[in-house]
Design a protein around this ligand. Structure first.
Ligand code: OOB
Length: 546
């Protein structure tokens, strides 16, 4: 088969290795190393499970033997769609251990996307959770497993409900002998380790190839940037399959330095706060949509949150007004994280002044990250100008998996990834995200970046959520519609919005043509505002209204 994903050029790979960005070792080696160093330290807490590094590593060995026995072979892809529970961690590390490649699917992913991933990835197996109600389990997965020619095995955690699936527990072989050594000579840190989903809020997700070396580096460097060390207790609130929760520093970064990972079974602040108090959580990570509910709950709940040192927020733009409430309400430091499953992670510093932390989305993680801000012709722009962010570096992909046709579109000829994010960069290198190349409204030829208007709307009293979208308009081409979530208060009128925006110096054409109140905004699986769905819902409404 032609090359399935482009590697880095040999000279660059050599440089990343020589300069110490890439180390030897595979991802599951991180667990093995900690099990040797500190066998009895707690590694993972989830539901009733409390596993030390030695116990977790042994369980990974047992599942690895079971999977190898099926057989699942080295290099084969396996779709994993599991919730925040022990089985997810054991499954992913067992696949790393046998050199198989997990495709990490978010639980909220629909059947069409799931099927497209299985087909593009040529998955040999699917490992999924039972659905609600007996037998309902993996109805979707069973159908896909039956129809996709590459799939040989379907494994279900919990009760498979009498279908064709194998119970996950039955794969925990009694022999703890690892099927292959952790770094048998033929395996290399440059091997494909996992496939992540592109996080676009439009279109079918694409598969992102990440290697053992690049992911290990991403994890370890991220732990450094967020102050995570052996004493850290990381609470995973967002879906574990999301890159933020995996590696920024997330589960893999916490294991890399020997800390403890606690999995929250749901994203509610009530559950999270109970875990923070009980487990002495020091750090967690949220998308902006969850920050409001956390701040409200902190006011009400009597939970002791004093162990919390850092709250990371990323995945979409955090508005400044909310950012400023985080520290005082939770008694911890805010860290903004601007990351992407494709690679590049940016962090605000733990010692940065508050203004910087609340108004920028951070600086690149690695001294080897190359970033450019370019205009529509691809020419580099000076500091402060708005342009598209391009990046290349030791943990950023060079092309999607089995999608060579996208290379010229999404990468420059010299290997920079075109992020599609519109940013500004200060003289010091701090990035501010001002929108998506495509998340703009074209109102009578004037371009409006949705994010800029949303930021101003969020500063209005009582507004807890805001989204601006463009809808077709016979006169303007597109007119801008603002949707506001205003719990228990009057919704600001369009005049109030105009007054506020003009006070902030916004051009008149940026004032939304319509302001509507909504109960809530549709979110993607990981909690970003789903603009595609929002626009579709609004257009449907327009049609039925006539
Ligand atoms: C994270 O990864 P993805 O792959 O789900 O989404 C990446 C995209 C970025 O290109 C950007 O458009 C947006 O999500 N984004 C942000 C942001 N963080 C991500 N936009 C504004 N402000 C931010 N702080 O979302 C992700 C991966 C690793 C760590 C953190 C987030």
């Amino acid at each position: 088969m032609s090359q399935e994903w482009p590697r880095r050029p040999e000279d660059l790979a050599r440089r990343y290795r020589e300069q110490g960005f890439w180390e030897d070792g595979l991802l599951d080696g991180l667990l093995r190393e900690q099990a040797a160093r500190q066998a009895d330290r707690p590694a993972l807490v989830s539901g009733g499970d409390r596993l030390s590094y030695a116990e977790l590593d042994a369980r990974v060995d047992r599942l690895a033997s079971g999977l190898a026995g099926l057989p699942i072979r080295r290099g084969e892809r396996v779709l994993v769609q599991l919730p925040n529970r022990t089985e997810y961690v054991v499954t992913v590390f067992a696949l790393f251990r046998i050199g198989a490649v997990p495709i990490l699917a978010l639980p909220a992913l629909g059947p069409a996307d799931l099927e497209s991933l299985v087909r593009t990835g040529g998955a040999a197996a699917m490992i999924v959770a039972p659905g609600r109600g007996p037998g309902a389990s993996s109805a979707v997965a069973e159908r896909i497993a039956r129809t996709a020619p590459s799939v040989r095995h379907l494994v279900v955690t919990g009760d498979p409900g009498g279908g064709e699936a194998l119970p996950w527990d039955s794969l925990l072989s009694s022999s703890a002998a690892p099927p292959t050594g952790p770094a048998s000579p033929e395996r290399s840190p440059d091997d494909l380790a996992l496939l992540l989903l592109s996080g676009g809020t439009t279109g079918t997700p694409k598969l992102i190839p990440r290697t053992h070396a690049d992911y290990r580096y991403n994890a370890r460097a991220s732990a450094g940037a967020s102050g995570v060390n052996g004493a850290a207790v990381y609470l995973a609130v967002l879906p574990v399959a999301h890159n933020f929760t995996m590696v920024s520093p997330g589960i893999v970064g916490t294991f890399a330095v020997g800390g403890t990972v606690v999995l929250s079974p749901d994203p509610s602040p009530t559950t999270a706060f109970e875990l923070v108090e009980r487990e002495g959580v020091t750090i967690s990570a949220l998308v902006p949509a969850l920050v409001g509910p956390w701040l409200e709950e902190a006011r009400r709940s009597g939970r002791d949150l004093s162990s919390l040192r850092v709250l990371q927020v990323g995945g979409s733009r955090l508005d400044e007004a909310t950012a400023r409430r985080v520290g005082p309400a939770l008694g911890c430091r805010l860290q903004q994280v601007f990351g992407m499953a494709e690679g590049l992670n940016n962090y605000t510093g733990l010692d940065d002044p508050e203004d910087l932390v609340c108004t920028t989305q951070g600086r690149p993680l690695s001294p080897a990250d190359e970033v450019l801000v370019v205009d529509e012709q691809g020419d580099p722009l000076p500091a402060g100008a708005v342009g598209e962010l391009l990046t290349r570096g030791p943990y950023t992909l060079r092309g999607y998996y089995r999608a060579r046709e996208l290379d010229p579109l999404r990468f420059t000829p010299d290997g920079f990834y075109r992020t599609g994010d519109l940013v500004t960069r200060s003289e010091n290198g701090d990035l501010t995200v001002v929108g998506r190349v495509k998340d703009q409204i074209n109102r009578a030829g004037e371009k409006i970046a949705a994010v800029e208007v949303e930021e101003m709307l969020m500063a209005l009293p009582g507004v807890r959520g805001a989204a601006v979208v463009g809808l077709p308009d016979p006169v303007l081409g597109e007119r801008s519609v603002a949707l506001l979530v205003v719990p228990g208060q009057e919704c600001p009128t369009r005049d109030e919005v105009r007054a506020q925006m003009s006070e902030r110096g916004a051009a008149a054409f940026k004032v939304p043509d319509e302001v509507r109140r909504v109960g809530r905004l549709p979110l993607t699986g990981v909690g970003k505002v789903d603009k595609k769905r929002l626009r579709e819902e609004l257009m449907r409404e327009e049609l039925t209204r006539g």
